[in-house]
Design a protein around this ligand. Structure first.
Ligand code: SF4
Length: 215
């Protein structure tokens, strides 16, 4: 029988199951410093994490900070990142972000969302990823997986990522924001895929409010 209870009644059980299924969920992007994470996040737009890791393996051998970026011509930077989509645009963003980092932040990656969002190529979702992953601060980054899975489960109804972020942050304890973000992504990749979600194999099936899941 379909579960039609208010989502918040199922919340603690949903969080428990996500924790059991994806206890170690974390970013798949490889990085050693906040600067490297920043570059990996910029490169990850419309590119798989696997592909970004392939590119950054070589890129991070050449570039460890914003001064290294600015020592390169734009065409040299493009050559280093051309394995990902939108590489020309991303190269310009990396160059411009490196300039702003040196001029405004003394070359140090800021640890607030507001300041991170002043960097070209860094939107709200990326800023949330950086503060939570690089600095361990509570944040709920809403990407396409978090948006889709949380709405299907009935945890959020918002139409925009910001609305969904606000709903999830209101509902969830602050200390679980980051882990839940990673677990919703893991579930979205493994089971609750955009097309053909594997509902029959989903451990959240009895709690899910997705109207199109099989009866
Ligand atoms: S039951 Fe289906 S729609 Fe609901 S969370 Fe699981 S896979 Fe996604």
């Amino acid at each position: 029988m379909q579960n039609t209870a208010h989502p918040s009644k199922n919340l603690s059980r949903i969080l428990e199951i996500l924790e059991q299924e994806y206890p170690e969920a974390r970013t798949a992007l490889q990085y050693r410093t906040p600067f490297e994470l920043l570059l990996a996040v910029i490169l990850s737009a419309q590119t798989t994490d696997k592909q970004v890791n392939r590119i950054t393996e070589g890129l991070f051998r050449r570039i460890q900070g914003p001064r290294d970026v600015l020592a390169l011509d734009l065409s040299q930077l493009e050559e280093l990142v051309k394995g990902c989509g939108l590489y020309r645009q991303k190269s310009r963003q990396i160059q411009e972000t490196s300039r702003v980092l040196l001029e405004k932040y003394n070359g140090v990656i800021p640890d607030t969302r507001e300041k991170l969002m002043t960097l070209p190529g860094v939107g709200r979702k990326s800023a949330n990823v950086i503060i939570s992953t690089a600095f361990g601060l509570p944040a709920m980054a809403v990407d396409t997986h978090v948006m889709r899975v949380s709405k299907r489960l009935g945890l959020a109804r918002g139409k925009t990522p910001v609305q969904v972020e606000e709903e999830l942050c209101r509902m969830l304890p602050e200390e679980s924001w980051t882990a839940t973000h990673h677990r919703l992504i893991a579930h979205g990749r493994a089971i609750c895929r955009s097309r053909n979600p594997a509902c029959s194999a989903c451990p959240l099936f009895p709690l899910c409010l997705h109207p199109d899941k099989p009866a």
